[in-house]
Design a protein around this ligand. Structure first.
Ligand code: ZN
Length: 291
């Protein structure tokens, strides 16, 4: 769903705006290569890859209105039709804008993403994905090389990380990676892991090692700006160090509150959407396993 990390004012504002039903951040398209763009605003970042005859989109914004605005922005880039959407994960701020996409558009997602969407659809209510745009092509392998409309793509899934159904989209010719929310929130934020979607801090580290090893130089994160490989490596090193410290403290029998203080986490914020912190997720994983 949304996204909130204390201390990142732009994102926190965005998350609050979405939570309160106010207009989300404005859309803005950025060009990365002659045929590749990313579009911020209205939810998670989207990728736009212009192929020979059509357009491949990575992630589809939060609402039907956002999906429509995304399509309007794409129409300013190219008159070619959107034929394919690749979803990096199942969260509504990356998926639900599909409601405005043409019927029959191919939707590619990891098999666990589809399961998570089916579950959310069955539960119903606000935030459920559009029933008529569930993934039509599921990925079950850890690596899939595809050529879509003349564009070479690799889809990677190393382990459950942000969710159990994460897909990393890599354009080997352009050396661009779309990370989804595995990486989100800039250069210095903790990983966001959805335990309720079977995400995993250990899997996150495995996954980000994989991302850092990709031959790419532009990494479009799920929310925030484009990062360099050095930024990805720093995020990995920071998360590994923090996880190791939490593991030590758990082994010493410290409580979650003591560990939060020891690792310098800000206190849980008042109001607004708030997901369990990385510290809490790691603590719960480790104590569940009886470490
Ligand atoms: Zn997400």
């Amino acid at each position: 769903m949304g996204f909130a990390i204390v201390g990142l004012s732009a994102l926190a504002t965005l998350a609050m705006a979405q939570g309160q039903g106010q207009p989300a951040a404005p859309f803005m398209a950025h060009q990365l290569k002659p045929n590749v763009y990313w579009i911020e605003g209205g939810g998670g970042n989207s990728g736009v890859i212009v192929g020979d005859k059509g357009v491949i989109v990575v992630d589809a914004k939060t609402t039907a209105a956002g999906g429509k605005e995304l399509l309007d922005n794409i129409a300013k880039i190219t008159p070619k039709p959107v034929t394919t959407v690749i979803l990096t994960h199942s969260d509504g701020d990356h998926v639900n804008g599909l409601a405005s996409f043409p019927a029959g558009v191919t939707v590619i997602a990891h098999e666990n993403n589809k399961r998570e969407q089916e579950k959310a659809l069955a539960a119903g209510g606000r935030g459920a994905p559009p029933a008529d745009h569930l993934p039509s092509q599921v990925i079950s392998k850890d690596k899939e090389s595809l050529k879509i409309d003349g564009v070479k793509l690799e889809l990677h899934h190393w382990a459950p990380a942000h969710t159990s159904g994460d897909l990393v989209v890599y354009l080997p010719s352009e050396k661009i990676v779309f990370t989804g929310d595995i990486i989100a929130g800039g250069r210095a934020s903790d990983p966001l892991i959805h335990g309720e979607k079977n995400g995993s801090s250990e899997g996150w580290i495995t996954t980000v090692k994989g991302i850092a090893a990709i031959n790419a130089d532009q990494f479009v994160e799920g929310h925030g700006d484009v990062l360099t490989k050095a930024d990805i490596q720093k995020r990995l090193a920071d998360a590994e160090a923090k996880r190791a410290k939490i593991k030590d403290l758990v082994a010493q029998g410290k409580s979650l509150d003591e560990i939060r203080t020891a690792v310098g986490d800000p206190p849980p914020g008042p109001g607004g959407p708030r997901f369990p912190s990385f510290t809490q997720v790691v603590y719960e994983e480790l104590t569940k396993k009886g470490v």
